[in-house]
Design a protein around this ligand. Structure first.
Ligand code: IMP
Ligand code: MG
Length: 177
């Protein structure tokens, strides 16, 4: 294995299983609804691309962009960098996130979207680090619960690197020491 990684946490095969399972669940729950998948740039794009192809009910997609991270440390506040293109009024929004860590990003996003007259707002997070939550937020759909370690791959980056890995790995502390 590449010395940048301590271990592989989610393999390519497991990622496929997770997307199939979540896709089935979401398709069942949103049948007959006006589903809008809202993906958070850039990390969640890879997951969105896999997940949406496992969803069999009608859905639209849109993107927004926020930033809260600087390297491996959260800056503590969230910046809104790109808004939605679609007016979400009347839609059932499912926010698609790469990872739910402190939860500060998602709780901020939910608050912003709650003023937009959507029919419902739920969250689908590929990874969840529940021991690290600081905000009172939960994802209705979770791909995998992971320990509180810095992970990269499958969209997740360290200083914009490693997003293209087809698996999720724990970054070796030497890389960011
Ligand atoms: P939160 O606001 O702390 O929940 O973090 C939100 C964002 O921080 C995620 O959408 C990721 O982009 C980034 N992030 C959190 N944990 C990690 C990690 O372990 N690796 C890479 N990015 C992370
Ligand atoms: Mg993100």
């Amino acid at each position: 294995m590449n010395k940048d990684f301590k271990e592989i946490l989610v393999s390519k095969e497991e990622i496929k299983e997770i997307c199939e399972r979540l896709g089935k669940e979401i398709s069942k729950d949103y049948e007959g609804k006006k589903l809008l998948l809202v993906s958070v740039l850039k990390g969640a794009v890879v997951f969105l691309a896999d997940l949406m192809r496992e969803i069999t009910c009608d859905c639209s997609i849109d993107f927004l962009s926020v930033s809260s991270y600087d390297g491996v440390k959260t800056s503590g506040h969230v910046n809104f960098k790109k808004d939605l293109d679609v007016n979400p009024e009347g839609y059932d929004i499912l926010i698609v996130e790469d990872i739910l860590d402190s939860g500060l990003t998602l709780s901020y996003l939910k608050k912003v979207l709650e003023d937009r007259k959507a029919n419902s707002i739920k969250v689908c997070a590929f990874l969840d680090k529940p021991t690290n939550h600081k905000a009172d937020i939960n994802a209705e759909y979770v791909g995998k619960v992971v320990p509180d370690e810095f992970v990269v791959g499958y969209g997740l980056d360290y200083n914009e690197k490693y997003r293209n890995l087809p698996f999720v790995a724990v970054l070796s502390p030497e890389v960011y020491a």
